[in-house]
Design a protein around this ligand. Structure first.
Ligand SMILES: O=C(O)CCC(=O)C(=O)O
Length: 190
């Protein structure tokens, strides 16, 4: 595993709460993680009656779009333990990862505009295999304000605050196979 890094604001005009760190993991760890993710029983993303082209496996919790609620999923596997400790370290005191989503994007596959479900709080995304454009948009007086981040393999981003609550995000079709492992904390219910 690479040494501990810090997350940085992307630019002064990036969405509030968006942070990024390049080279969060080494190329050897990246290869190892891709092998683990590719060996999972990945399933096409189910969005109610629709099926997405990306293939996913959820751990901890999964959101069921047909039943419209959060369900328990398989426990987070041990091969993710060390990585989660590093992500929690990056997130700072009180960061507790409760949900992990492993995603495979084949060439030509992306993800449409969305915000993550409100049950989740902060979202950390580790990129593996190939780069992508990570796009943001939010409605401002009947127009879209837009921002795009070039996300490199082995990097990690964090969405908190407005970048996660107010802005939508999407990834256009990738030009080479990409994998991501996203880590989510839960909103604390009082
Ligand atoms: O692949 C990524 O980095 C983003 C995934 C994402 O936006 C999601 O699963 O909701």
């Amino acid at each position: 595993m690479a040494k501990q890094l810090s997350l940085f604001a992307v630019t002064s005009r990036s969405p509030e709460g968006l942070r990024y760190a390049a080279e969060f993991i080494s190329p050897a760890t990246e290869r190892d993680l891709i092998e683990h993710v590719a060996a999972l029983p990945l399933q096409p993303f189910q969005f109610g009656q629709y099926e997405g082209k990306r293939r996913v496996a959820s751990f901890g919790f999964r959101y069921d779009y047909t039943l419209r609620h959060l369900q328990e999923a398989d426990p987070i596997p041990p091969w993710l333990t060390q990585l989660i400790e590093r992500v929690e370290g990056l997130g700072g005191p009180g960061t507790k990862i409760a949900q992990v989503l492993c995603t495979e994007y084949d060439t030509g596959v992306g993800i449409g505009w969305h915000r993550d479900k409100p049950h989740f709080d902060r979202i950390f995304g580790l990129s593996l295999g190939s780069p992508c454009k990570f796009r943001f948009r939010r409605a401002v007086s009947e127009k879209w304000e837009r921002f795009a981040l070039d996300v490199a393999p082995r990097s990690i981003y964090m969405m908190a605050g407005a970048s996660r609550q107010d802005w939508e995000h999407s990834i256009p079709a990738v030009e080479a196979p990409r994998y991501s492992i996203t880590f989510r904390t839960m909103v604390k219910r009082t």
